[in-house]
Design a protein around this ligand. Structure first.
Ligand SMILES: [Zn+2]
Ligand SMILES: [Zn+2]
Length: 177
């Protein structure tokens, strides 16, 4: 199923930020970036509580290609487990990312990516960078898999089409260290 998933146009970069706008970021994708393997979800209780949603949907990018583009004065990290940062804005509360600090990547919270990239809001003014409709399928396909599906909610999170796109329960890892 995952192999047939049509990603549509692929972005070279994304920008995003928190709800109040104090925190802004930009992430670039390497030429060989796998847009399927780097899109996934987690239903562990830690991710549920910190995102306050049924699951955390992320897109993973190399931390070396990720940068903050505004002040990080309000950026806070919360450590539920050692070495694993959950970033959020201390002003507006937006959850921004999960990151294993010893690892090479940052798992960006999908909902913080700018509307331009997610669904093409204002694409006409992007100078050709963003097509009509944006890059939502490339960014949020979740074909990379789903962690902690033993926490899935019967009849709810196990029946969502997006959650069905990738392998289920490939790892009960990462957050539970
Ligand atoms: Zn904020
Ligand atoms: Zn999790």
């Amino acid at each position: 199923m995952a192999d047939q998933y049509n990603l549509g146009a692929l972005p070279k970069r994304i920008t995003g930020g928190c709800l109040c706008g104090k925190i802004r970021y930009e992430g670039h994708f390497p030429d060989n970036h796998d847009f399927k393997q780097n899109s996934g979800t987690c239903q562990c209780t830690q991710c549920r509580r910190s995102t306050s949603h049924l699951f955390f949907m992320w897109h993973k990018v190399p931390y070396s290609l990720f940068k903050w583009t505004a002040s990080t004065d309000t950026l806070k990290n919360y450590y539920c487990s050692k070495g694993n940062a959950r970033g959020f804005c201390g002003n507006c509360g937006t959850f921004l990312y999960w990151r294993r600090e010893s690892g090479p990547n940052i798992n960006i919270a999908i909902g913080t990516i700018d509307p331009l990239y997610l669904f093409g809001e204002g694409w006409e003014d992007s100078g050709g960078e963003v097509p009509k409709g944006g890059f939502g399928r490339a960014l949020a396909n979740s074909c990379g898999g789903h962690e902690w599906v033993r926490n899935e909610i019967p009849g709810v999170t196990d029946e969502l089409e997006l959650v069905g796109a990738g392998p289920r329960g490939r790892g009960e890892r990462v957050e539970a260290d």
